[in-house]
Ligand binder design. Structure first.
Ligand SMILES: Cc1cc2nc3c(=O)[nH]c(=O)nc-3n(C[C@H](O)[C@H](O)[C@H](O)COP(=O)(O)OP(=O)(O)OC[C@H]3O[C@@H](n4cnc5c(N)ncnc54)[C@H](O)[C@@H]3O)c2cc1C
Length: 571
């Protein structure tokens, strides 16, 4: 996997960019995540010469680490699956989710171009997608929301299509054992252990798939690994080069127009000219401690994110340096996370499954534990005061919960690792009073909270936070738990307390853009030649999150839109 090896350097300076001191392309894209690769694919299909400059020595960024979910309403994959949707419903729903702060034209552009973008990717990449059945929109009861869900995920992909370039794929966030590939819809059922016949059937299916993968020496990829590898395969087919180890360091501006980028290539400064435009697709600033301190609510930290290492916000800064305005910098794609010693664990099903509650330092519940992950962390910050800290919060469970469900990747019944106890992340006690004492909570307070919650579990109705009322809550619930799949009492000792901090999948604030993905100045005028998409731009979702895939869907779509505008074919 040398610097010149594999398909990564094909179509380099000599082939597409001219031989001068300053290589030149029609389009220069910075960053090789979902936004950047989709944009480069679009450029190549429009007959434009294009290069991706990537800071790290791997492609895929957070996209490769992700669940690979894509939220694009009314796309061909959903139609094929028979999901009933309409542009009007999607528009009503997005307006509700994004709120007043997000320009209506941007929302409309996303919904209009998303389906075409996806068709291009499906045609040009060695990959396809499938609906994630029943993965509800995050607010399915809102106007236009769908309880059946609008999320799709990549089908399994044999990574051998990439040849040696597969070695450049940024690794998954949770490395699976060799040969094991789990999809989003597998995860829902596997998290239930052996509670449901479909869980057992899924486990058998995954085991059979793993055996076949090993037998045939396949490199089966799922989730974000499949998405990033699939996009990379599409670029390889079009001979689009990725220049690795080539960070964007600034923008070339001539007569008020962005005409290229400054990069460091092999450690040497280089200017690359862009005839049509530059797309900043360098991801968020989740790994930049100074920016987090400057823009975000405290406490926060780079150690609580699961976003990609390379995402330190240089693209955002480069745009800002030449007059680009910023928005949503205080926000992120948050999620309650366990600060494990080897890196944070982003909780999904763990919070929704019955038999656990989330409490603050007063031992009180403060949120519907099964609510969308961004909302759960907003509640942590909103309620956090010195007198009554919500950070860290504590997930309280009992042995019945541990006996029933997968927890942070650990099978049911398996004891939680000793190093988690040693690090002060997990506590265990035979009584709630003792547990409360260990973590510094008022002991009476915790017992009172648990007793009240157990009462709700008995009647199947959470009268405080409505847990289990929404179809979204129930997606990660336990269908065998009746009457409410998200509510069960905490009653079987020992009891556990697990530390929860505000983690994130990445930040969602960045350069402010318009419906053509052009970067805007403070006065709303576009900076000629400069575009941004993905987490380098302020999210079209505003402070919210429409459904699983609502970061990657818009990232890909605005990458696509940016290049159509550069090509003069946006209309
Ligand atoms: C564990 C996990 C699960 C997730 N699951 C989902 C999901 O299922 N669905 C969903 O919608 N979202 C999900 N997300 C969020 C999603 O992955 C990101 O929001 C999205 O991938 C961002 O895409 P992007 O193209 O903006 O950036 P990225 O994919 O992060 O790519 C940015 C690239 O830019 C590079 N870069 C940075 N600085 C520079 C520079 N100066 N010069 C050149 N290159 C640079 C980076 O190295 C990186 O390769 C998940 C995230 C994680 C971590």
């Amino acid at each position: 996997m040398g610097e010149q090896g594999g398909i990564g350097e094909q179509g380099g300076i000599g082939e597409q960019g001219g031989m001068g001191e300053q290589p030149e392309f029609d389009v220069v894209v910075a960053g090789s995540g979902a936004a950047g690769m989709t944009a480069a694919l679009t450029a190549a299909r429009r007959g434009l010469s294009v290069v991706i400059v990537e800071k790290t020595d791997r492609f895929g960024g957070s996209t490769a680490r992700s669940g690979g979910g894509v939220w694009v309403p009314n796309n061909s994959v959903l139609r094929r699956a028979g999901v009933r949707d309409s542009p009007a419903a999607a528009s009503e729903y997005l307006a509700h989710v994004a709120g007043e702060g997000v320009d209506k034209q941007r929302q409309a552009a996303f919904l209009e171009h998303g389906p075409d973008m996806l068709d291009l990717v499906r045609e040009q990449c060695p990959m396809d997608f499938t609906w994630v059945p029943g993965y509800a929109d995050y607010y399915p009861e809102a106007p236009g929301g769908l309880a059946s869900g609008r999320s799709i995920e990549p089908r399994l992909l044999d990574g051998r299509v990439l040849g040696e370039e597969l070695g450049r794929l940024n690794p998954a966030y949770l490395p699976a054992p060799a040969g094991v590939a789990v999809t989003q819809s597998d995860y829902k059922w596997l998290s239930l252990g052996t509670r449901h016949p479909r869980s057992v059937w899924r486990a058998v299916k995954v085991a059979a798939r793993t055996a076949k993968t090993k037998l045939l020496h396949r490199r089966t990829l799922s989730l974000g690994q499949a998405l990033a590898a699939g996009l990379r395969g599409g670029l390889a087919k079009q001979n689009v080069p990725i220049w690795y180890g080539t960070p964007l360091t600034g923008l070339l501006v001539e007569d008020g127009t962005v005409t290229g980028v400054h990069v460091a290539r092999n450690g040497e400064p280089l200017t690359i000219r862009a005839r049509r435009g530059v797309l900043i697709a360098t991801g968020g600033f989740e790994r930049n401690a100074a920016m987090r301190a400057e823009y975000q609510r405290q406490p926060t930290g780079t150690e609580w994110t699961v976003g990609a290492q390379g995402n330190t916000g240089e693209g955002i800064i480069a745009g800002q340096d030449i007059g680009g305005s910023l928005d949503l910098m205080d926000d992120a794609w948050w999620g309650p996370s366990i600060p494990l010693t080897g890196g944070p664990y982003f909780c999904l099903a763990e919070r929704s499954l019955p038999g656990c509650i989330l409490v603050n330092a007063a031992g009180q519940r403060f949120v519907n534990e099964a609510s969308p992950y961004v909302d759960a962390v907003h509640a942590m910050y909103d309620g956090h005061t010195e007198d009554k800290p919500h950070i860290p919060a504590w997930l309280i469970t009992d042995q019945r919960y541990r006996n029933s469900y997968v927890f942070a990747g650990l099978p049911p019944r398996r004891p939680l690792p000793r190093r988690w106890y040693a690090a002060g992340i997990v506590f265990k006690a035979d009584t709630l009073e003792d547990l409360a004492n260990q973590i510094g909570l008022p002991s009476g307070g915790l017992r009172e909270t648990v007793e009240r919650f157990n009462g709700f579990a008995a009647i199947g109705k959470d009268e405080d936070f409505a847990r289990g009322d929404s179809a979204y809550d129930r997606y990660y619930g336990d269908p065998t738990c009746r009457p409410n799949p998200n509510l069960a009492p905490l009653s079987l000792a020992p009891f556990y307390a697990i530390k929860i901090v505000p983690g994130d999948l990445g930040t969602k604030g960045g350069l402010r853009t318009d419906e053509r993905a052009r970067v805007l100045r403070q006065d709303d005028s576009p900076i000629p030649g400069l575009y941004a998409a993905g987490n380098a731009s302020a999210a079209v979702m505003g402070h919210s999150y429409a459904g699983a895939g609502a970061t990657i869907g818009p990232a890909m779509t605005f990458g696509y839109i940016a290049v159509l505008d550069m090509a003069g074919t946006l209309g």
